[in-house]
Design a binder for this molecule. Structure first.
Ligand code: URA
Length: 230
């Protein structure tokens, strides 16, 4: 939220005092004096007034997990193990998943407590490709690539999927790049041809690729350079 709104929400300031404190350059966000009332304050920002800390700022956390098959992309589930069961970090219930995968889908999963970062990664407007390795029951014909590139109509959502890129790797294996992450999107796209997806593995989300050193079920923190890519 804006810094003026953040300060006005505190019992100690009224709007007039907020304006004054900003003009008098008494407010710092992340160590920098701010006077612009539009300056953004996030849960991760440190906010000070006259060097008194008003908000300490939570640490933003980012992890890459190699999701194994047979676990649910949820933070809690009454029946099955969840991806969060694989994460051993303090306050792990503050974390959320940026782009879910189905129970038996494997591969790259990004987990964070930073909502704006995960939105940038997953919202279709940012046009970051999610790349999947797919194995199917039936042959994949050249018609698939043309249909996926044109977009498929999904009646339930009443939308046409954005152009997707399909590269054939073998008669029943392909690499598919999609922009959105609609419910069961890849399975529904192949389902259009009555072709069942037998194996699905996410290799990449935008510029982030699954670390080949991570075995299924393992995870690691993202580096500062990886975080800054999104
Ligand atoms: N599309 C699917 O159908 N399943 C996934 O897990 C991911 C994308």
């Amino acid at each position: 939220m804006r810094v003026d709104r953040f300060l006005s929400n505190l019992p100690r300031f009224n709007r007039q005092q907020v304006r004054l404190a900003l003009v008098e350059r008494r407010i710092k966000v992340d160590g920098q004096i701010v006077s612009d009332p539009h300056t953004e304050v996030r849960e991760f920002s440190r906010v000070e007034c006259d060097d008194e800390v008003l908000q300490a700022g939570k640490a933003a956390r980012y992890f890459m997990l190699h999701k194994p098959a047979g676990c649910v992309s949820a933070t809690r589930d009454p029946e099955h193990p969840t991806v969060l069961d694989l994460i051993h970090e303090p306050d792990k219930h503050d974390l959320h998943i940026a782009g879910r995968l189905d129970f038996n889908t494997t591969g790259l999963m990004l987990i964070t407590n930073d909502g704006s970062w995960s939105r940038r990664l997953t919202q279709p407007q940012t046009k970051l490709a999610k790349i999947y390795y797919v194995e199917t029951e039936q042959l994949i014909t050249p018609e698939y690539a043309e249909t996926f590139a044109r977009g498929l109509y999904f009646a339930f959502e009443d939308l046409t999927t954005q152009p997707a890129d399909l590269q054939l790797l073998a008669p029943r294996a392909a690499r598919l790049a999609i922009i959105e992450g609609r419910y069961h999107q890849v399975k529904r796209m192949f389902g259009h041809f009555d072709n069942k997806v037998m194996r699905l593995h996410r290799e990449q989300m935008g510029p982030l690729t699954l670390d080949s050193a991570l075995k299924p079920g393992e995870y690691r923190p993202l580096s500062a350079a990886e975080i800054a890519l999104i």
